[in-house]
Write a protein of this length. Sequence first.
Length: 268
Amino acid sequence: MTEASSPILLFDSGVGGLTVLAELRKLLPDAPVIYAADEAGLPYGTKSEAQIAARVAGLLGRMSERYRPRLACIACNTASTIALGMVREVLEIPIVGTVPAIKPAASMTRTGTIGLLGTEATIRQAYVDNLEAEFGNGSRLLRHAAPGLVETAEAKLRGELVDSSSIDAAVAGLRDMEGGEQIDTVVLACTHFPLLEHELGEVFGPDVRFVHGAEGIARRIAFLTQGQDFARDCPDFAVTTGALEAFEPLRAAFAAHGINELQAFQSF
């Protein structure tokens, strides 16, 4: 039987998973949460599949031993498309992944042309090919790697100025493709990217709608934990695999989601 104080573990390469936490708070406000940011491993998008799979599975294994979560959520598209199967084999708790929201995008598009912004590692995965084939409903999917948006999103949460050049480059990367002018729906296939939805929307224009998976992930977590009791025996907190002093500027961003304690995770 799951203890009421057993937390939900939200894992991301950085702080993009806060977009998932925001939706989870709406559905399960009483659920204890530990947020884990692998800032020492950031960015994931430039790493090889083998590096990502080994790192994510290893970290989640050690974190599960230490924190005893009732469920772990990989709130990262790159890590999920590569390591989800391996993590599910290693851990004996429910694992919720994050995959590009191609299915809802296909139901939203009017022109039949969908853009997808992700990391370099995400957009080349066969996992994405399979999602397009199964749920694309005949739509045309144009993919562009926008790794610079990860750093821009993290900087925004630290209170720094948003680098408009990275926004412009991401939009141009899709618009300049053959058929790119027909894009009316954009999948934000990285949990960092919804943090920049306002800035992206200003450049794409009012006729483009965005879709990402945060709400669906939160609903899945709620479904898998339905009927379980929730009670905190300590405040929710966030851990980083990187330097704690580098994590400190994000304190206000975490506080906005009910997390006021930041810790360093010594994993190696």
